[in-house]
Design a protein around this ligand. Structure first.
Ligand code: NAI
Length: 367
C-alpha cells in the first residue's frame, strides 16, 4: 500500500524502513504534522500514518476521505486525538498499536519519581557548575511509602510491580474501575477509591486513558484531597490535569513535586526545536519555573524496543487492512465506551490478554 507517515522524525524513518524491508509497502515520510494546512500532502495515499499530536478531527478526516485515504494507522496507543465516530461515518478504518511500550513508560514514570525525590535535575546542574553543596537536595526513602496508581492497565501494572518490587518496597494502592469493588489485588497492591487513594498516597501516578470522563481528573478538588507535599506523576495524557489548578497547588506548596511527560497543550510545543523562538504558552513557562517540577517532552515510550514494536505492529496493521484480513488493532467507536469505564466498577477483568504484561490478579477472597 502507499502510505504517508506524518510527523516522521529520523528515528521513525529508520525503524519503519528497516521493518518494511520484510513487508514491502510503498512508504513516504514527511516531518510535517497532519492538520488542515498539510492535508494536501496526503492526496492519493490510501493510508496515512500519524502520531500523538497530529490532528484527526472530523473536518480533517472528511478531507482525507475525499482525497482517497481509506486507512488511518496510528503509531501510538492513545486515540483521544481522533474523532473515531466521524471516521466510522466516513468509512475510514482506524488502527493503532495498543501495547508497545508498557515497560518503557512505566520505567520512565519511575525515573521521574526518582529524579524529583533525589533532585537529580538540580544536582546535575550544580555539579557541572562546580557547586558541590548538597543543601536543598534532601529526599526521602521510597521504601515503605504509599504509591497511588490510577489506571492499572498494561503500563499501570508494570509500574505497580516496579514500586512494589523488592528494592523499592512501597505500599501500592490501585484505582481502576476494571477491578471489582471490594476485591484486593495480589502481590501486595490494594484497591482503593479515588478519594482513599488521594488521601493516603505520597506519590500519585496516572496511567489511565484520556476520555471525556477522565478529562481534568486532577483538578482543584482532587488536589485538595491529596496529602500535603505529595508527588504527582503524569505520563499518560496532558488533559488528565487541570494545569491551572496544579500550578495553584504548587504555588501554595500543597503539591510537593510534579513530574510530567505530557501536557495538555503539548501539540504546540513537543517534538519541535523551539530553542531559538519565544514560547508564548505562559502556563507551560510558569510550570518550568518551579524547582520541584520536571517535564519531559512525551518521550516515555522512546526506547529502541518500543520503536521497533511500533513499526512492526503498524506495518502489520496496514498489511492486514490491505489484504482484507481481520484487523485486531482496529479502533471502533465501541472502544471509546470501553476506555471510558466508569468509576463505579464494571466487573473483575484485570488486564488484556496477550499484551506481555501479566494481570495483577484480582482476587475475590479479599487477599
Ligand atoms: P490500558 O488500556 O492497558 O490501561 C488503561 C487502564 O486505565 C485500564 O485498565 C482502564 O480500566 C483504566 N481506566 C479507565 N478509566 C479509568 C478511570 N476513570 N480511572 C482509573 N482507571 C481508569 O492502557 P496503557 O497501555 O496502560 O496506557 C495508559 C495510557 O498511557 C494511554 O491511554 C496513553 O494515554 C498513555 N501512554 C503514554 C505514552 C508516553 O509515551 N507518555 C506511551 C503510551 C501510552
Amino acid at each position: 500500500m502507499r502510505v504517508l507517515l506524518f510527523s516522521a522524525r529520523p528515528y521513525d524513518r529508520r525503524e519503519f524502513t528497516a521493518a518494511n524491508a520484510r513487508i514491502g509497502h510503498d512508504l513516504s515520510f514527511v516531518e510535517a504534522r497532519l492538520g488542515a494546512e498539510t492535508l494536501s500532502l496526503a492526496a492519493g495515499y490510501e493510508a496515512v500514518c500519524t502520531f500523538v499530536n497530529d490532528t484527526l478531527d472530523a473536518s480533517v478526516l472528511r478531507r482525507l476521505a475525499d482525497g482517497g485515504t481509506r486507512l488511518i494507522a496510528l503509531r501510538c496507543a492513545g486515540f483521544n486525538q481522533v474523532d473515531v465516530r466521524a471516521a466510522a461515518g466516513l468509512g475510514l478504518t482506524v488502527v493503532r498499536v495498543p501495547a508497545y511500550a508498557p515497560h518503557a513508560v512505566a520505567e520512565h514514570a519511575a525515573g521521574l519519581v526518582l529524579t524529583l525525590n533525589r533532585k537529580f535535575h538540580r544536582a546535575y546542574n550544580r555539579v557541572r557548575d562546580d557547586n558541590f553543596l548538597i543543601d536543598g537536595l534532601e529526599g526521602f526513602d521510597l521504601y515503605g511509602k504509599t504509591v497511588g496508581v490510577v489506571g492499572a492497565g498494561r503500563i499501570g501494572r508494570v509500574f505497580v510491580r516496579i514500586m512494589l518490587g523488592f528494592g523499592f518496597g512501597c505500599r501500592v494502592l490501585v484505582h481502576d474501575p476494571q477491578f471489582c469493588a471490594g476485591d484486593a489485588c495480589i502481590e501486595g497492591a490494594s484497591l482503593a477509591t479515588l478519594p482513599e487513594l488521594f488521601a493516603a498516597a505520597d506519590i500519585v501516578s496516572l496511567h489511565c486513558p484520556l476520555t471525556p470522563e477522565t478529562h481534568h481528573l486532577i483538578g482543584a478538588q482532587a488536589l485538595a484531597r491529596m496529602k500535603p507535599g505529595a508527588m504527582l506523576i503524569n505520563t499518560s495524557r496532558g488533559g488528565l490535569l487541570d494545569t491551572a489548578a496544579v500550578i495553584g497547588a504548587l504555588k501554595s506548596g500543597h503539591l510537593g513535586a510534579l513530574g510530567l511527560d505530557v501536557y495538555e497543550q503539548e501539540g504546540d510545543l513537543f517534538y519541535e526545536d523551539l530553542s531559538s523562538s519565544v514560547v508564548t504558552d505562559d502556563v507551560f513557562q510558569r510550570l518550568l519555573t518551579f524547582p520541584n517540577v520536571v517535564v519531559t517532552a512525551h518521550q516515555a515510550f522512546f526506547t529502541r524496543e518500543a520503536l521497533a514494536a511500533i513499526a512492526d505492529t503498524t506495518l502489520a496493521n496496514i498489511a492486514a487492512f490491505g489484504a482484507g484480513r481481520p484487523i485486531p488493532n482496529r479502533v471502533l467507536p465501541d472502544l471509546l465506551r470501553e476506555a471510558s469505564v466508569s468509576h463505579e466498577g464494571t466487573g473483575c477483568a484485570p488486564g488484556a490478554a496477550g499484551d506481555g504484561v501479566p494481570p495483577l490478579g484480582c482476587a475475590t477472597d479479599g487477599k
